[in-house]
Design a protein around this ligand. Structure first.
Ligand code: GLV
Ligand code: MN
Ligand code: MN
Ligand code: MN
Length: 413
């Protein structure tokens, strides 16, 4: 049974909640900096928990800081349908990436409360710790622990560039919970998210029915050469680690362009030692992010990167410390969940198309332990991981209405 067709979420309340949450970590350019497990992340979590308690939900926090807010069903022996996403952001992040999936989930529950509508199975909203992977690599680490992809010690020992671990920071902000990670039953999982790319807006579609997600490989590379004086050291004698890194940046770009139309290849982080203008750089640490929806092509990109990196290091005389720190294969979301989203969109009459998720999402790992799918809405100019990231109130409301329909349908089957 679906919710009566005339029932809708309260779009204004959802929009207001998004704007209120965006105050925690707001930046002068109108974006958000709410890095995982910082004081502002704590403030965002506290606000979410307070809102959940006002909505009558019971809160559970697990050992890696994932938060679950539960609304009982008629039959509480049934596994809950869970909605969710993340509250952490990039350093120059926006008001929607992650937060939308969390607060859309809360709005579904607030609306069910308003309608006095009881689902068969319980319904929950989840906040997954450190989805972004910006402060602590890799991304999606806590949903990964939940899904059994990583063990708990691995998750808790992830360290930021200053050496602080997720475990220490969870304890510091008061979100090191007591529930065992991954022991929770999940009947189905739905994640609403902005597309973070330009397709829906360009095609004038309101909702993306997400069928697949592309795979990823992340690398950390340290090139070590020799620091030397920028004046007296002749060019042929240099072992310039930054020159090597710069050549790898160009290779990463070449590999991405070679495997079009879908490949993405990025160097986003680099640390130069000693970072002084008249010292030839002796050591450079940098990262590579590869994505592709076809696992075989992702493997071909991997082989080309390894070969190019080794060749460049040998040519310049650099030590090459090369590690792939993260990999997951492309994902096919569950057909019954995808169908529930598609039916919701069609019943509501929104324009739509099928989509492959370009970004990583907690749904990628949840899909390994439960039937899962996602609902996308457009974002303006496809811009995300940027302070100017924006969606319209109409899109925000439409995606949440679809989430309501899909969740209720699943919770009643
Ligand atoms: C995180 O947002 C990612 O998709 O890389
Ligand atoms: Mn996200
Ligand atoms: Mn993100
Ligand atoms: Mn992401």
């Amino acid at each position: 049974m679906t919710v009566q067709a005339n029932k809708r979420v309260n779009g204004q309340r959802l929009w207001d909640s998004l704007m209120q949450m965006a105050k925690h970590g707001e930046t002068p350019k109108g974006g958000v900096c709410r890095l995982a497990l910082t004081d502002v992340d704590k403030a965002g979590r506290d606000l979410f928990v307070a809102w959940c308690e006002q909505a009558g939900l019971s809160i559970t926090i697990d050992k890696i800081g994932n938060i679950f807010a539960r609304r009982p069903g008629k039959n509480n022996d049934l596994a809950p349908v869970i909605m969710g996403s993340h509250l952490d952001s990039q350093p120059t992040g926006g008001k929607f990436d992650g937060v939308y999936g969390v607060l859309a989930g809360l709005e579904v529950i607030r609306s069910l409360n308003d309608m006095n509508y009881q689902t068969e199975a319980p319904v929950e909203v989840a906040v997954w710790t450190n989805e972004e992977g910006s402060r602590f690599a890799p991304a999606m680490v806590a949903s990964g622990v939940f899904a059994g992809v990583f063990d708990l010690d691995y998750g808790l020992s992830r360290a930021d560039l200053d050496g602080k671990t997720m475990g220490e920071e969870l304890a510091r902000i008061g979100y090191a919970g007591t529930a065992d990670v991954g022991k929770r039953k999940v009947g189905a999982y739905f994640e609403a998210h902005i597309e973070q790319g330009p397709i829906l807006e360009a095609e004038n579609k309101t909702v993306g029915v997400v069928t697949d997600a592309q795979g990823q490989r992340w690398y950390e590379i340290t090139f070590t050469g020799q620091e030397a004086h920028a004046g007296p050291t002749p060019m042929p004698r240099r072992k310039d680690a930054l020159l090597g890194a710069a050549r790898v940046v160009a290779e990463v770009n070449r590999i991405g362009l070679k495997y079009q139309p879908y490949a993405c290849a990025t160097v986003g982080l680099m640390q130069i030692h000693p970072n002084s203008r008249n010292v030839i750089p002796g050591r450079v640490f940098f990262t590579v992010d590869f994505r592709h929806p076809d696992d075989a092509i992702l493997a071909a990109m991997d082989a080309e990167l390894r070969e190019a990196t080794a060749k460049i290091a040998a040519e310049i005389g650099l030590e090459n410390d090369f590690t792939q720190i993260w990999y997951y294969a492309p994902i096919k979301f569950d057909e019954t969940c995808v169908a529930a989203v598609r039916k919701g969109v069609e019943d509501l009459g929104y324009s739509h198309r099928d989509m492959v998720a370009g970004a990583g999402h907690d749904a990628c790992y949840l899909s390994q332990v439960a039937p899962t799918s996602m609902v996308f809405i457009p974002c303006i100019d496809g811009i995300s991981h940027n302070e100017i990231e924006m969606a319209t109130p109409e899109w925000v409301e439409a995606g949440c209405n679809v989430l309501l329909q899909a969740v209720v349908a699943k919770a009643n089957t």
